[in-house]
Design a protein around this ligand. Sequence first.
Ligand code: BGC
Length: 745
Amino acid sequence: MTEKANFISCGTYHPEPKESPIPMTFRKAFETDKQCVKATLRATAIGIFDIELNGKRVTEEYFAPGFTSYEHTLQYMEYDVTDKIAADNDLIVVVGAGWACGRFTYLSKTQITAKRQALRLSLKLEYADGASEIYSTDESWQVSMDGPYRFADFYDGETLDARIEYDKMTWQPAMIEHINIRPQIVKRTGVPVIRHEKMMPARSFVTPSGKLAYDFGQNFAGVVDLKINGHEGQTITVRHAEVLAHGELCFSSLRTAKATATYICKEGQQSYSPRLTYMGFRYIQIDGIDAADVEVAAYAIYSDIQKIAAFECSNEDLNRVQSNIEWGARSNFVEVPTDCPQRDERLGWTGDLSVFCSTACYNYDMKEFLNKWLRDVRSEQKKSGGVPFIVPKHGTNYPDVPTACWGDSCIIVPWTSYMSSGDIDVLKDNYPMMKKYLNAVKHSAALFSFGDKRYIWKLLFQFGDWCAPEGGVQDWLKRGPWVGTAFYSYDCLLMSKVATELGLGEDASEYLALKAKVDSTYMSQFTDGNGKLTDEFQTGYILPIYFRMADDETLHKMADNLERMVIDTDYHLCTGFMGTPFILFALCDMGKVDTAYKVLLQDTAPSWLYEIKRGATTFWEGWRTVPPDNIEQGLGLEESEGGESFNHYAAGSVGDFLYRRVAGLEATSAGYKTFKVVPVPGGGLTHVKTSHESPYGRIAVEWRIDADAFAIDIDVPTGTTCSLTLPDGSESVCKEGHYTHSCTL
Ligand code: BGC
């Protein structure tokens, strides 16, 4: 911030160590008798703020100043408040505990950044006569712990007492706060978290135990919005859940998060919507009010990423898959890319983004959101090159060692963002980090190893076939060496492409040479030399096929083995986080199109459509989050595996296959300057339609099948070139314009 302002806090407030500090309210009253032509408010906080000037909120944004790696970077927000300035002014700022001080992380830590909240703000008034005045946070401000917000954090929810009025609260002078971190304070980047879809209940009902409940028909991240006819002191409690069990709200997927909004009424008509927290939910249960006295709605809230694509086809189940993908993204892009929006986690797990990033970048303009997050990844990178499993690391306790897919996000995400946005800066800004990281991978792989084994990446830690449907965590982890080594190869491949784009030919050749060594080691250590794994599992075939780790002939043999395994499991998924995004590509690109479609359209567990058939409106964390046995035996969801989320976006990575193979649209150079359209019909689909707003303009692809006639329409924007290949193999090159082509199948 340019004007000198201090951090201020409530010097007499000392929250208990394991508590989320209660929201702090700051106040500054001031008068101005001159004509103000411009008023600019800049603010940052330890915590999250909500600002009112003369009774009007200065922004619709939630959770400002956002979530960053606070030790390194703290953002300030700037708002134009000219239209809110009056002769007598009353500035009120509520600072909730947020990420900085509230209960957060799977370790249930509190006060991670500081014991209590602090505010730093300046308000600059520019007058018509050319003079100006600045009000900055200092000891002349007042602070109170008695404000209407009695409680707020991300996991447990919020309590608001609407009876409390600012003028009747006990105020004391604020004190200058010396904060223990020394972040760079920078103007906000990224995109604000704001309200999006207004969600209306699909139905209201009374649960078997007599609770008033509402079903929004969609799992999402957001807040309720209630219109209440209440009496002074009446307490209304809203609990949130993703699913029902035996007709009651089922809270098991929240783990320890209470996700409860409590509102204490004043007299008469009033409305309430939480401001200092959010929940992941589809159902709510309301206690303390009759249905006749409350109008229920909710808002989905998430970072303001713009939707830039659409996908629909003749198969309604696949259209639901697309809807689940979009809702998974909306629910989990809240300030940082999170794993889930509901339970006591909501952390920036890097691996989840690695697998979902490509699908996300097709559907949404992710550039600014990802750039902000990548700044944190850069600042959290260790000298040794490792990046945390979770960014911002913020109180989590895993070692910062390079790890396949998770740490690899520091290579995968910039590359993916570049390919969709065409902005070379994302590569320039991140190349030193990427390079250092790959070097760390090389060292980790070579640790305690000799000869070729130096290219098997198993140390220090690998997630392996994480979340595979068979077995448990130990079984997944055992697959570390295969998965780690394959991702090592992928890292090298991507880095050679990055280096080429940056004009660093020598680096590019070095990475390709390293890839060749990793690839040949994978084949010599893990296969019989003839495309068969000595210890078979599907992901162990999928990754080397997709990452092109052998010659075509060997890859085809591997694909034959993969297909055999897929048929043996009756076209069910056996893949974890890392195999799932690529299984359909691995089959389809090796000519096994029917098998790929059978897996895509399988609807018994484990499969994507099993979740759809079970009514999932967002994808689950694990393929067996609701095992079929539970349903067959009439068991409820609380008997399913404890605490698994119903809203993880990783399985939604199948979107990539829908766009790049089913519709057939794929960028061949950054920003879709050149792209190909190679539709792969199958699965009985008769109609597929997609569009994507590229940096050059809108690309559209629509194909139809009528009997054995295939027809396609494409829109090619100015400045781009499209290579079209029809299912009969005929090829053409299309420049700007609309094209219609057809062939016989
Ligand atoms: C998260 C995952 C994450 C994983 C890694 C889980 O608790 O929800 O999505 O990537 O942990 O350990």
